[in-house]
Design a protein around this ligand. Sequence first.
Ligand SMILES: [Zn+2]
Length: 207
Amino acid sequence: MIYDITRRVTVNTAVFPGDTPYHPDLKLRITSGASVNLVTVTTTLHIGTHVDAYFHYTPDGAFVDAMPLEAYIGRAHVVTTTKPDGELTLEDLPPLPARVERLLIHSPISDLPESIFPETFPYPSAALIAALAARSCRLIGVDSPSVDRADSADLPGHHAIRQHGMVNIENLVLTGVPDGEYELIALPLKLADACASPVRAVLRTLT
Ligand SMILES: [Zn+2]
């Protein structure tokens, strides 16, 4: 069984305040005599469910085409927190196994409609990220729009993730996904000079 944990991207999908929304432009139309329909899209790369490249917050960080692919595929542990906003620590989560290769945090944010940008949301503390790194974690996924407070200037969560050799996924939708172990597949596009990529994120149940 497959769970699609991806936000739908529409013209109404909320983006960070000031960022570029999704805009599909039908440049050629079959109904106007063209042989094909041809759509050009203008959008922030941080649209809907996406991964951040290290370049997003580090001047000499990797572009998204050079991010480590193996981090985005494999065993993932889904946990639920009821905390609606603020910093998340280990104490806000159910007990974790000794090894957690990938952690996806399901919060109340998953239930918001795609058109709403939440002013506050939960995000992992640098201490939680360090505790996950100690459990061999490669990826942290959140349903929040960021792994830092929305108005954070120094982005401690983002930087802790890079310093530990981890990667992040933002804006997941984990509604209806029971806590537990899955296989995650969420590959970024091979975009040169890009700071992020939308992904189609899915969880496969383990057999
Ligand atoms: Zn982002």
